[in-house]
Ligand binder design. Structure first.
Ligand code: BG6
Ligand code: MG
Length: 220
C-alpha cells in the first residue's frame, strides 16, 4: 500500500524544453574544437551532467586536453547556454506542464524539482515559477549525478516525505534508473526505448494521467 505524497519533477524535458539550447551550445563548442557532433549524438546527453556530457561529446578526442582545458571548455559551453536562457519566458512550458503543476498543488501534493542542472534556478526564474516549489534539488545540491538517486533523495528530504511516497517524473533513462534505485515511483516521459523501465510511461508531459499514477501506485 503506497500513498504518493510528493511529486519530484525533472526540469529539462519535463517542465520545459531546454534540450535544444543545450544542443546549440554543445554544437557551437564542438565546431570550434573541430569535433564531430550531431543531433543524434545530443540525445545521449539527455539528463547527463555537464562534465559527463563533455566526455561523451569529445570521446577519444578528450586526450587532447588537460584538466584545466576541460574545465575551460565546460565554462565556455555554459556561457553559450546561459546567453540563450535569457530567451526563455513564461510561455516556454512544455505542453501540459503548467497545468500539471497546478493539478498537483490542487491535489495537496508536495511538489519539488530534482534536476542535474546548475542552471535550474535561472530557468525557473525565467519561467516565473521559482517560488512555486516546496523544494528544489539541483546540480549544486549533491555530488553524485543521476543514475545515483541522490538528487531525488535530497528533494524528498526537502519536502519532508519518505522516498517510498515520492513519484519522480523523468524524461531521461538515467533519471528513471535513479528513481528506481532510490525506491521511488518512476514516471517516464518519452519512448519505451528510453524510459520503458519506469512504473508508468507517457509520451509527453501533456499525456500524464495523475489518477492512473496515484491509484496504480497503491499496489506497487
Ligand atoms: C540536465 C540536462 O537537466 O542538466 C543535461 O538534461 C545537462 O542535458 C545537465 O547537461 C546539466 O546542466 P547544466 O545546466 O548544469 O550544464
Ligand atoms: Mg530531463
Amino acid at each position: 500500500m503506497r500513498e504518493i505524497r510528493a511529486f519530484i519533477l525533472d526540469l529539462d524535458g519535463v517542465v520545459t524544453d531546454t534540450a535544444e539550447y543545450h544542443f546549440k551550445a554543445w554544437k557551437r563548442l564542438a565546431e570550434e574544437e573541430e569535433v564531430p557532433f550531431s543531433r543524434a549524438d545530443n540525445e545521449q546527453l539527455r539528463g547527463v551532467s555537464r562534465r559527463r556530457s563533455l566526455e561523451l561529446l569529445l570521446g577519444e578526442y578528450i586526450e587532447r586536453y588537460s584538466e584545466e582545458e576541460i574545465l575551460a571548455l565546460m565554462a565556455r559551453k555554459n556561457d553559450y547556454y546561459q546567453s540563450m536562457l535569457t530567451q526563455i519566458t513564461e510561455n516556454d512550458f512544455l505542453p501540459g506542464a503548467r497545468q500539471l503543476l497546478d493539478d498537483l498543488k490542487a491535489r495537496g501534493m508536495k511538489v519539488a524539482i530534482g534536476s542535474a542542472s546548475k542552471n535550474t534556478r535561472t530557468v525557473l526564474t525565467q519561467l516565473g515559477i521559482l517560488d512555486f516549489f516546496d523544494g528544489i534539488s539541483d546540480g549544486y545540491t549533491v555530488e553524485r549525478a543521476k543514475p545515483k538517486p541522490d538528487v531525488f533523495v535530497y528533494a524528498a528530504g526537502a519536502v519532508g516525505v519518505p522516498v517510498v511516497n515520492c513519484a519522480i517524473v523523468e524524461d531521461a533513462e538515467s533519471g528513471v534508473e535513479a528513481a528506481l534505485i532510490g525506491g521511488m515511483i518512476a514516471v517516464g516521459i518519452g519512448p519505451k526505448s528510453r524510459v520503458g523501465k519506469a512504473h508508468f510511461r507517457y509520451e509527453s508531459t501533456a499525456n500524464i494521467d495523475l489518477d492512473e499514477i496515484i491509484k496504480g501506485s497503491v499496489n506497487l
